[in-house]
Design a protein around this ligand. Structure first.
Ligand SMILES: CCCCCCCCCCCCC/C=C/C(=O)SCCNC(=O)CCNC(=O)[C@H](O)C(C)(C)COP(=O)(O)OP(=O)(O)OC[C@H]1O[C@@H](n2cnc3c(N)ncnc32)[C@H](O)[C@@H]1OP(=O)(O)O
Ligand SMILES: Cc1cc2nc3c(=O)[nH]c(=O)nc-3n(C[C@H](O)[C@H](O)[C@H](O)COP(=O)(O)OP(=O)(O)OC[C@H]3O[C@@H](n4cnc5c(N)ncnc54)[C@H](O)[C@@H]3O)c2cc1C
Length: 634
């Protein structure tokens, strides 16, 4: 496998892949720059990635043969070595390098939750608490974790935890508050008195990370260990609140935002790169009678599996850019004492976290299956992407729970709109429902973003309206509010999904408007935006047909436009994944390397299996007596 993607001529690229790159309709490098944010950001990312890939300490040689202990130890070593390297090279974790380091490391780090611990203190601690704890944490003099759920956070490494626990003063419960608790001795790493702590054991993935259990009995936490930027207990027991009581949940918002690009979308982009490159070199069956076996990417069904996912990568990418921007604005306002936009941010991030993790993890599994038998091999890189990312549907808030959080906000905003109040930007459409059916009268009309954005907006409005209507009726008929909520929760989740999808489609279309100085890029992204939107309607057609916004005839037109887009984007598919710009060592895939030499790579990987280098012990122990009992007859 190559060191960096081949811009030089010294690597023989599989001709089937070379032909895909022969006549690009757009400049791949410009698209890479757009995805990175600028030419300079591409330069910095490549510099960081190549610096990391060149360092032998970070080598992923024999990655797929490592034991859990080797992965854990390696990830701890990587984490400390990286800290040292960042210092030596003068990189800034809160600067341009910091944005890409985690992605460049491919997640093979062990102190991610230490980062969450730090984020919590920075966001929720007073200036004095920040001054006391942050230098210790930054220098790894203490190792932190974030302990909110009953199980699953503390493991083998940490010494301290931000524990989210109920604050009860004189029998009055003030809700969840963050406390710094020391769980292990800094001298010998043994649990502190009253603490039971350990690793929860083998998991579906995340072998490199220790997730733990924690029990606390009669632990006395000093008052100054309660993170008190926004709420404080005075010496006489008086509780003082500053700003919103929801702010103690802020760490979750921050982590949900940072995981979207670095952990979740990253995995789908890699899976698309692998499966689309493989589909351009794998030849199978017969398309035109008598002709050579075609590339599997020529099959319309293969295109329908992979190309909407490719479009989704771009859609989620632009969404994460927007979410980061909104997050920075709202966090800035919160620091200045204005909490007004926190509910909107929480709802936006909850819906998008749930939507993106679900679509990315399901999508990676589609990519894996689309690679046939080789997709099942760990060497394809696809199984480990899936087992890793499927965890993100659960951690940082289980997805149904998060959609219900978003729906709670939508229902409140819907009610506010009906009583004439103005609404925050992301839900402003709830004040002005779209009236009338879709006017499209030919398949080309469905390539107009105004047409499909209206359809998405209409669907979201209708589902929110209908959930609100049902709840109101249930309550009016005597049902308690909580029971009405539960009886409507299936529709509420659906409403949150529809709202989130509307936001994603709209954001993608808005990006197109800003690209008029790059017409070739604008053209190809427009096709991806159309495909993303039409795929969503095609696969959820019932929602759009239900109240007649679209007719059956219009769905046929839309299907024609949708299938046309598959063959259009198929031409650029390899270039569109090349633009993600992954080095082979980042993909860790025998199927997805830039040169497309799949069978050579598979053989090379298999030969690295240490078991292939010697006769296996089962020969002596079990096979030999059978094989040799009749050897004279052969
Ligand atoms: C470059 C860096 C790269 C980093 C890459 C990162 C990679 C990551 C690798 C892997 C890391 C894994 C780490 C995993 C960590 C965890 O999982 S930590 C645990 C996270 N847990 C959750 O997310 C729990 C999910 N549940 C909730 O969020 C619940 O809402 C709740 C917070 C537990 C509260 O539930 P409940 O008591 O039932 O309250 P509600 O009635 O639902 O809500 C009360 C009001 O509070 C509002 N609200 C809820 N959450 C938030 C929030 N986060 N922010 C703001 N506001 C919030 C909610 O809307 C309600 O408001 P009102 O309607 O006004 O009453
Ligand atoms: C890899 C990994 C790392 C993690 N790291 C951490 C960590 O560092 N710190 C930490 O504190 N936690 C951590 N967690 C825990 C994680 O945050 C929780 O697992 C997650 O929030 C879900 O909570 P739960 O496990 O209690 O699931 P549950 O809440 O029990 O969910 C189980 C089912 O119940 C349903 N359900 C629950 N509540 C509702 C509701 N109100 N309405 C409708 N349905 C509902 C869910 O939809 C789901 O189907 C981690 C988890 C994983 C997998």
């Amino acid at each position: 496998m190559v060191w960096w993607r081949a811009s030089s001529a010294d690597i023989d690229v599989n001709p089937d892949l070379a032909s895909e790159r022969a006549a690009p309709s757009f400049c791949v490098e410009s698209l890479t720059n757009l995805l990175d944010g600028s030419v300079e950001k591409t330069r910095v990312r490549r510099y960081v990635v190549s610096t990391i890939l060149k360092d032998p300490v970070f080598s992923k040689e024999n990655h797929y043969f490592k034991t859990r202990q080797e992965r854990y130890e390696g990830a701890i070593r990587n984490s400390f070595h990286l800290k040292q390297k960042i210092k030596e090279l003068g990189w800034r974790e809160d600067g341009p390098e910091g944005e890409v380091i985690y992605r460049a490391m491919g997640g093979e780090l062990a102190l991610n939750i230490h980062g969450v611990f730090i984020k919590s203190i920075l966001a929720l601690g007073t200036d004095e608490q920040v001054a006391k704890w942050i230098p210790l944490a930054n220098n790894c003099n203490i190792l932190g974790t974030y302990a909110q759920t009953e199980l699953g956070h503390v493991g083998k490494t940490c010494t301290h935890a931000v524990v989210l626990a109920h604050l009860i003063i004189k029998e009055k419960n003030y809700g969840m508050h963050p406390f710094i608790v020391q769980v292990r001795s800094l001298k010998d790493h043994s649990p502190m008195p009253g603490i039971t702590v350990g690793d929860i054991g083998p998991k579906m993935c995340f072998e490199q990370i220790d997730n733990g259990f924690l029990m606390m009995r009669n632990i006395c936490v000093p008052k100054e260990n309660m993170l008190s930027r926004y709420s404080e207990v005075l010496p006489d027991g008086t509780y003082v609140k500053r700003g919103s009581d929801k702010i103690n949940y802020f760490t979750m918002v921050a982590v949900r935002v940072s995981m979207l690009r670095a952990e979740v979308l990253e995995a789908l982009m890699k899976a698309c790169t692998i499966s689309i490159r493989y589909s351009a070199v794998r030849r199978q069956s017969e398309l035109k009678p008598g002709d050579r076996e075609p590339k599997i990417l020529e099959y319309q069904t293969q295109q329908q599996k992979l190309l909407p996912l490719l479009a989704t990568c771009y859609a989620i990418h632009f969404t994460t850019c927007h979410v980061n921007k909104v997050y920075d604005e709202v966090y800035g306002a919160i620091q200045a004492g204005n909490f007004d936009s926190l509910p909107e941010l929480h709802a936006l991030v909850s819906g998008i976290k749930a939507y993106a993790t679900e679509i990315c993890s399901n999508g990676i599994e589609v990519c894996r299956k689309a690679c046939g038998g080789h997709g099942y091999s760990l060497f394809s890189g696809l199984p480990s992407l899936y087992t890793k990312v499927t965890a993100s549907c659960t951690y940082e808030g289980e997805n149904t729970v998060l959609h219900l959080q978003a729906a709670r906000f939508l229902i409140k905003c819907y009610a506010a709109a009906r009583s004439g109040q103005s609404l925050p930007h992301s839900v402003a459409y709830l004040s002005s429902p779209i009236s009338g059916a879709c006017q499209a009268s030919s398949h080309t009309h469905f390539l107009n973003p105004d047409v499909y954005i209206k359809a998405y907006q209409h669907r979201a409005y209708r589902l929110i309206d209908s959930a609100a209507f049902k709840m109101r009726n249930l309550v009016q008929s005597g049902m308690e509010q909580y029971a009405a909520w539960n009886s409507t929760s299936v529709e509420l989740v659906k409403a949150s999904i529809a709202h989130t999808h509307y936001i994603i489609v709209k954001l993608f279309a808005d990006v197109l408007d800003s690209l008029s100085s790059f017409p070739e890029i604008q053209k190809v992204l427009k096709s991806l935006c159309d495909l993303h939107a039409l795929h969503g309607i095609f696969t959820n057609s019932g929602d759009f047909l239900q109240d007649g916004h679209l007719s059956g005839k219009q769905l046929e037109m839309l299907t024609e436009a949708y299938l046309g887009l598959l063959s259009l984007i198929r031409r650029d598919a390899v270039l569109l994944v090349d633009a993600f710009d992954y080095a082979d060592q980042q993909l860790l895939s025998a199927l997805g390397s830039y040169d497309g030499n799949v069978y050579y790579n598979l053989l090379e990987c298999a030969q690295k299996n240490p078991d292939n280098k010697k006769v296996n012990a089962v020969f002596e122990n079990y096979l030999k007596p059978h094989l040799q009992s009749n050897i004279s007859k052969l």
